[in-house]
Design a protein around this ligand. Structure first.
Ligand code: C5P
Length: 211
């Protein structure tokens, strides 16, 4: 079983992916982490993420099995990830690992859940179940802002909203593997609890299984 979950930033993809992975005994891969790790390495080296040669070299140097580098969950790393993710050869470097994870999941699991932007469209077009998880930009910014506050990171709601809108815009309009809903069950998580989202996804999967 392969479950593909795509959607914009902070829509609740990761939360749903982990729940489904636990429920069905599947391996879980947060593919955004790979792009973040590439962005992080470039920032650490003080290099320019817009330079394709530098970005591709950083992607090639990444060991996807051991993405342990520092704090990947800052807005600066997210922004840099989205810049390098628009470069076709960077995506190519990361594709084999993602496909291999999906089709040969580690740890004797029954399959895999992958979350990202292009899982249903590029990485696993033949995934067993496909979801597009979304929410309004305001809802997503509110959630992300709350998370930052809880972690003691200084920021403003307006700045978080602007970051999210800019990143969505870049992810949706890039030429290679743009964020889009392909053949997927759309779940809008605005105003829904994680439990409600999980139940909705589960009901959809069970419905497809009984067909
Ligand atoms: O999912 P997350 O917010 O961690 O992803 C960071 C960035 O990595 C995204 O904004 C996007 O540009 C890129 N990404 C991608 N394709 C994926 C996963 C992430 O382009 N499958």
């Amino acid at each position: 079983m392969i479950i593909a979950i795509d959607g914009p930033a902070a829509a609740g993809k990761g939360t749903l992916a982990r729940r489904l992975a636990g429920h069905f005994n599947l391996a879980f891969l947060d593919t955004g982490r790979l792009y973040r790790a590439v962005g992080y390495a470039i920032l650490q080296a003080g290099n320019d993420p817009n330079d394709p040669e530098i970005a591709v070299a950083a992607a090639r140097a990444l060991d996807p099995e051991n993405v342990v580098a520092g704090d990947l969950y800052t807005e600066q790393v997210a922004e840099t990830a989205s810049v390098v993710a628009a470069i076709a050869d960077v995506r190519k470097e990361l594709l084999t690992f993602q496909r291999n994870f999906a089709y040969h999941p580690p740890g004797g699991k029954n399959g895999a859940v992958l979350d990202g932007r292009d899982i249903a469209s590029v990485v696993c077009p033949d995934a067993t179940h496909k979801f597009f998880v979304t929410a309004s930009a305001k809802v997503r910014a509110r959630r992300r802002f709350k998370e930052l506050q809880e972690n003691g990171v200084e920021s403003t709601y307006a700045a978080v909203l602007a970051d999210i809108e800019q990143r969505d815009q870049r992810d949706r309009t890039r030429k290679v593997s743009p964020l889009k809903s392909v053949d997927a069950r759309v779940i809008d998580t605005s105003g829904k609890t994680p439990d409600a989202v999980f139940e909705e996804a589960l009901a959809h999967i069970e419905g497809e299984q009984s067909k």
